[in-house]
Design a protein around this ligand. Sequence first.
Ligand code: DHB
Ligand code: FE
Length: 285
Amino acid sequence: MASITASVYTSHVPAIGAALDLGKTHEPYWQKVFSGYDFSKQWLKANTPDVIFLVYNDHANAFSLEIIPTFAIGTAAEFTPADEGWGPRPVPKVIGHPELASHIAQSVIQDDFDLTIVNRMDVDHGLTVPLSLMCGKTEAWPCPVIPFAVNVVQYPVPSGQRCFRLGQAIRRAIESYDEPLKVQVWGTGGMSHQLQGPRAGLINREFDNAFLDRLIADPQGLSKMPHVDYVREAGSEGIELVMWLIARGAMADVAGGKPPKVVHRFYHVPASNTAVGHLILENPR
Ligand code: DHB
Ligand code: FE
């Protein structure tokens, strides 16, 4: 059967992608951001999974205000980097895993979560920047990736609790797939940031670090935090953090197993308008 070996959490700031694509990673401003991922790149090389299930949000590139799926699973064989206004990023196309993605769709929908099935979609910085941070510049991503898009842009957006429960359904789906695949679940977006209005530029280190502490040690309690707390404490775009609860809900301890091992933790302010947060949690073998 397939199994979940680890979960990875990271911000997706688009300027990080631009810094990498334009060769600015050694500038002092960016060096501090990328240094937090040196360990992660080595770790991913040593622990390359068969598939990455990547939870992210689309920023009105694949979808628009015409159609707003709350949860969308990419079942295609491949996904092209989106043109977000400056041409597509010069990064590899994403190879999907249609068989596992279809199985997860079947299992999770039968488990009472309504997913939108997407057979064609371009993937924006929400998906490509986490891959770039974890892999650096590369000719090909290290394994197939199943994109899983969550609406955190247009209200109503899903609650932390629903995301946490969905993660548990995703774990059940993956563990019932009849092939011994090693799967990582990534939760991306965040941390505190607000891009608009009078509070634009808001960053809240205390909230972010408490969020990381609780995500590790008390994800169930954290999942009960209401939207208004995210928006007040972490800014309007801080709501992207609910996606981290999907990945956390897929870890073994939530289903009665042993707690995950924290193999890496990083936090840095600022990168563009946001705080960069990053965690790697391994399930005990
Ligand atoms: C920024 C951050 C985001 O999460 C995003 O989607 C767009 C921009 C920023 O920091 O500028
Ligand atoms: Fe974003």
